[in-house]
Design a protein around this ligand. Structure first.
Ligand SMILES: C=Cc1c2[nH]c(c1C)Cc1[nH]c(c(CCC(=O)O)c1C)Cc1[nH]c(c(C)c1CCC(=O)O)Cc1[nH]c(c(C)c1C=C)C2
Length: 501
């Protein structure tokens, strides 16, 4: 321990993880986390709504709900889950289950299942969205490489696989991760494996075929304890995992652990930074409660568009931060008393940009993660808005009633369910998913250099505005930045070293 003070801005998954990793590594004598809202956890909000008639509760997740266990990224979160003692709360979904295998695209009025076998891929029915995709894929290795520095996801896919795939399949996938417009988002930043495949192997198909024969990636065992590794190995081969009482189990456990076991950590809710300025030994943080903190280092996990307003007027960092927009998503949870009322089994469906619909995707919660319900029921979540927010809700904005009605209309049209839900919940998440538009990586490089020159590497960034919007991405970005700081709190760290290496 030293006489250093680390300040973390933001109490969502990224901020909590940053404070937790920093506390565990003992890198500073004091850690202060500033969260502007009354509670920590950010977009992660799980609640059980009780039906007044049956008294059965329905688990409603307002934000993210499932996690991917695979790869080095998945292992970092799983290790955290293990160290927080949450193994008993985990529900892992088998890759062979319908929930894992059946994902649908709503296309021309029907739910089209994405193929999971060669037979399904080779012989899709007439009118199925996958029709012609294999034939088009066979031509892809013969298409010349592009020499561009970055390109939209749509342009990349249309160029290599044709406009049908770009318009109807990839636009749906982009809805299911970014709630964004595939014509605006960067292929290099959102789907780096596609970009690298073309750059390195000249073809996505060739690269995928070659990777099937390549050695498996190196084990990451050195980072984890034997017991944790045992848990990671057990879960990493599953499709997804979640928690019995929702993802808030994770954020609550991090915050409880910090409060209980780390007296040197202060979690301040209803408090935010209002100004950051470089000082001789670090960063001066002015806060909304009137107190200023002399920080040795600041990790900002708040959205980049919020961080820009905390910097000095002439800062060259702010214009870079302002270039990452974010979309607003409305989330409608619906619970029906009757179980098994869905016409298909699976994870859910996505709606391509080409289809007229008020929803961009629907998750079949009671199927996607079996075992969360106290009594059998059907639960679904409608995701609405994203880049289509204005188109769907109009300029005059949003109302919960209108949103609920639209969600019920979509469920009736797409799934044939006209029943009145026994319970529901509507949440509006303003600017919740950052959009990595074309040129994002080049802007991150500029940001790295600007942070070094203006704050001497005493201000770092982590969280969904930069290197990935998923929960695992946020946890990993927090771990990486604190690991670098653990080497020395006096060394310059921006959190963006990866983009310039
Ligand atoms: C319809 C809207 C959304 C759905 N999920 C999200 C939105 C905006 C958010 C989201 N989904 C994924 C990520 C990435 C990282 C992560 O935490 O796993 C984010 C931020 C993962 C994801 N979801 C779908 C796919 C194909 C992926 C990529 C990786 C994977 O295979 O899991 C599909 C999907 N998402 C939604 C639905 C209804 C759906 C498919 C039927 C909802």
């Amino acid at each position: 321990m030293n006489n250093k003070h680390l300040v973390v801005l933001g109490g969502g998954v990224s901020g909590l993880s940053a404070a937790w990793f920093a506390a565990k590594s003992g890198l500073s004598s004091h850690i202060t986390l500033l969260e502007s809202s009354p509670h920590v956890g950010g977009w992660v909000q799980s609640q059980r709504n009780t039906d007044t008639h049956s008294h059965a509760s329905a688990l409603f997740e307002a934000g993210p709900r499932t996690l991917r266990p695979n790869g080095p990224q998945g292992a970092v979160t799983l290790d955290m889950v293990y160290r927080l003692g949450l193994e008993k709360d985990v529900i892992a979904v088998e890759k062979t289950s319908a929930a894992a295998k059946n994902r649908f695209i709503s296309f021309n009025g029907a739910l089209n299942k994405m193929p999971t076998s060669l037979a399904e891929a080779l012989f899709p029915k007439k009118g199925h969205v996958f029709r012609g995709v294999i034939a088009r894929g066979a031509l892809e290795p013969f298409i010349a490489k592009s020499t561009l520095d970055d390109e939209s996801i749509h342009d990349f896919v249309a160029r290599r696989f044709g406009t049908h795939v770009a318009d109807n399949m990839i636009s749906a996938l982009v809805h299911g991760i970014y709630a964004g417009d595939s014509r605006q988002l960067s292929v290099k930043s959102c789907f780096p494996f596609l970009w690298q495949a073309e750059k390195n192997d000249g073809s996505v198909v060739k690269s995928l075929l070659m990777s099937a024969f390549k050695n498996a990636p190196k084990e990451f065992s050195k980072d984890f304890s034997p017991k944790s590794l045992e848990f990671i190995k057990k879960i990493k081969s599953k499709s997804i995992y979640a928690f019995k009482d929702g993802l808030q189990t994770l954020t609550d456990a991090i915050s409880d652990d910090l409060k209980t076991n780390h007296p040197n950590v202060s979690l301040l809710t209803n408090t935010n930074a209002i100004k950051l300025s470089k000082s001789q030994n670090g960063v001066e943080v002015s806060t909304s409660c009137g107190k200023a903190i002399s920080a040795s280092h600041v990790i900002s996990t708040i959205p980049s568009f919020t961080l820009q307003h905390l910097l000095p007027e002439a800062s060259t960092i702010s214009p870079i931060l302002s270039k990452t927009p974010a979309v607003t998503v409305a989330v409608v949870n619906l619970a029906y008393k009757k179980p098994n009322i869905l016409p298909v089994t699976g994870f859910g469906y996505l709606v391509p940009r080409t289809q007229k619909s008020n929803v961009i995707g629907v998750i079949f919660d009671s199927e996607a993660v079996p075992g969360q319900d106290e009594v059998p029921m059907t639960r679904v979540t409608c995701m609405m808005g994203g880049h289509r927010f204005k188109e769907v809700f109009g300029e005059d904005g949003f109302s919960s009633e209108k949103c609920l009605e639209m969600a019920r209309d979509a469920i009736k049209k797409d799934l044939g369910i006209d029943a009145v839900p026994s319970n529901h919940c509507v949440h509006l998440h303003r600017d919740c998913i950052p959009q990595y538009t074309v040129g994002h990586e080049a802007r991150l490089k500029n940001l790295h250099h600007a942070l070094l020159s203006e704050f001497g590497g005493r201000l770092s960034v982590a969280g969904s505005s930069y290197l990935g919007v998923g929960v695992n991405d946020c946890v990993v970005s927090a771990k990486n930045v604190t690991a670098k700081l653990a080497e020395s709190l006096d060394s310059p760290v921006t959190g963006l070293e990866k983009v310039v290496s």
